[in-house]
Write a protein that binds this ligand. Structure first.
Ligand code: GSH
Length: 202
């Protein structure tokens, strides 16, 4: 049976959400999130590899939310939530999965880290710069979602799960407002999904 290590409101929400969308059986281990503030070091969570999410599947143990999502869809998705390799939507599917964590999330993560440390002004201008970078990534998404319900068009996919968590963080950090109407509408659609509601509740 699959086992997910999860801390509330962290990136493990993505995998919790995915497992719920796919209605797969799994065991959930909720571990308290310990912010890696000095003198604590990163990779100190009570999970394999010290990060959340982590997933166990028999002898396999994985971390990195995007890789876990791709693995679960490939192994257990039965064609759901992912365009097949070689089909036209496969490339944008992969692009948005990696954009969500590799480009759009890092400035948001840096803002969160400064908030946790309580020293947002220690490096003058740093948080303002992160907000500019995050805003630029959100602008890319705002354009990409013009006339579309989801990143790949009409159909919801795993790419929306990866991006949905990034956008939730943007919302939690006060970066999503009516001047990005496509994103506001998109996130509202995602928040209406019961599987995300469950992943955010626990
Ligand atoms: N790129 C990784 C990031 C994982 C990550 O850094 N998770 C955070 C929670 S959102 C964490 O475990 N932080 C604790 C630490 O670094 O000790 C992913 O997408 O899974």
């Amino acid at each position: 049976m699959l086992k997910l290590y999860h801390s509330p409101r962290t990136r493990s929400v993505r995998i919790y959400w995915l497992l719920e969308e796919l209605r797969l059986p799994y065991e959930l281990e909720v571990v308290p999130f310990r912010p890696p503030l000095p003198p604590a070091r990163p990779f100190a969570q009570a999970s394999p590899y010290g990060k959340v999410p982590a997933l166990e599947d028999g002898d396999l143990t994985m971390f990195e939310s995007g890789a876990i999502l791709e693995y679960v869809l490939e192994r257990y998705g039965e064609g759901r939530l992912a365009p097949a390799p070689g089909t036209p939507l496969r490339a944008p599917f992969l692009q948005w999965i990696h954009f969500a964590e590799g480009t759009a999330f890092p400035p948001l993560g840096n803002i969160a880290w400064h908030i946790f440390r309580g020293d947002a002004e220690t490096i003058p201008g740093a948080v303002a710069d992160y907000r500019t970078w995050a805003g630029a990534a959100l602008d890319v998404l705002e354009r990409a979602l013009s006339g579309k319900d989801h990143l790949l068009g009409a159909d919801f996919s795993g790419a929306d799960i990866m991006m949905g968590y990034t956008l939730l963080c943007a919302k939690w950090f006060g970066m999503l407002s009516d001047d990005r109407p496509n994103l506001v509408g998109y996130l509202a659609r995602l928040e209406g999904r019961p599987a995300l509601g469950k992943a955010l509740a626990g």
